[in-house]
Design a protein around this ligand. Structure first.
Ligand SMILES: Cc1cc2nc3c(=O)[nH]c(=O)nc-3n(C[C@H](O)[C@H](O)[C@H](O)COP(=O)(O)O)c2cc1C
Length: 255
């Protein structure tokens, strides 16, 4: 089997394969369920409270036009996003709507295979009113941001994360989504990895659509530097790793 054929196996559903191999998932073997949310340090951390999204934040509520006009946007104006707008974007892409008994699962604004929700959202904030620039992590249960670090060379480093794509450094915010794969592997074994990437597509698509409601534009970023970005976000690259990114900024009204 050559490399391409081997890698195509990755695109295929593994359910029949797992049945024929009599694979028992970790869940079936009663291994402990992985945490629903990534823990964070409360003491000494800097938090940004996000208001719960209000419909009044939206300037365009026309789903038909938003879908018809959706494009990837790489040119942004200098207009900052407001905190309300950022709150909406982050909620639309990963917000928690319900948490199951004993924190067994969460239901969010986007679907996820088996409601495993392996993604963690990091946001490089470069131009948002009333929020200091820096790299933040979204806390979905609290609907807050916690600051990871500040960086005098934030924009340059974001461009480096994005494999030299200059437009990312000129965005108001760049979303980076990581995955904690075991949350899905625990239930789905080798089937997990496709679901994880499918989930990422849903999150990013909601970001595109939510951006359309506030006069902002988004561009998905699959071409990122894995090692540089994982290091920059302080991820170990094994148990948690970057899987997708997207830049967002305000766009000229006629574009
Ligand atoms: C999985 C994925 C990865 C992408 N990665 C990048 C990227 O790294 N840089 C970029 O400029 N655009 C990226 N894009 C945007 C595509 O280039 C864009 O969707 C495509 O050209 C079609 O244009 P449209 O989105 O305006 O319809 C990506 C899109 C997807 C779905």
């Amino acid at each position: 089997m050559n490399d391409l054929a081997r890698h195509r196996f990755y695109l295929k559903s593994k359910l029949n394969w797992m049945e024929s191999k009599k694979v028992k998932t970790d869940q079936e073997q009663r291994f402990p369920r992985p945490d629903l949310f990534k823990p964070f340090e409360k003491k000494g951390s800097i938090f940004v409270h996000l208001p719960f999204p209000e419909k009044t934040t939206i300037t365009n509520n026309d789903a038909f036009n938003i879908i018809m006009e959706r494009r990837s946007k790489r040119k942004y104006t200098d207009e900052p996003l407001s905190v309300d707008e950022l709150s909406w974007l982050v909620y639309a892409s990963q917000g928690v709507k319900e948490i199951g008994p004993k924190q067994a699962f969460s239901l969010r604004t986007v679907p996820s295979g088996g409601a495993r929700h392996t993604m963690v959202t990091y946001i490089a904030i470069m131009n948002v009113n009333k929020i200091e620039s820096g790299v933040y992590r979204y806390l979905p249960q609290e609907h807050q941001l916690v600051r990871l670090h500040q960086d005098e060379k934030l924009s340059d480093n974001i461009v480096k994360c994005c494999h030299g794509q200059a437009f990312a450094g000129k965005a108001s915010v760049v979303f980076f989504w990581s995955s904690i794969p075991y949350r899905s592997e625990w239930r789905y074994h080798l089937e997990a990895h496709r679901y994880i990437l499918m989930d990422a597509g849903h999150a990013c698509q909601n970001l595109y659509l939510a951006s359309g409601t506030i006069g902002a534009g988004t561009c998905a970023i699959g071409a990122y530097d894995q090692i540089f970005t994982d290091n920059y976000l302080k991820l170990d690259g094994a148990n948690e790793l970057t899987i997708y990114a997207a830049a967002v900024g305000k766009i000229k009204k006629d574009k």
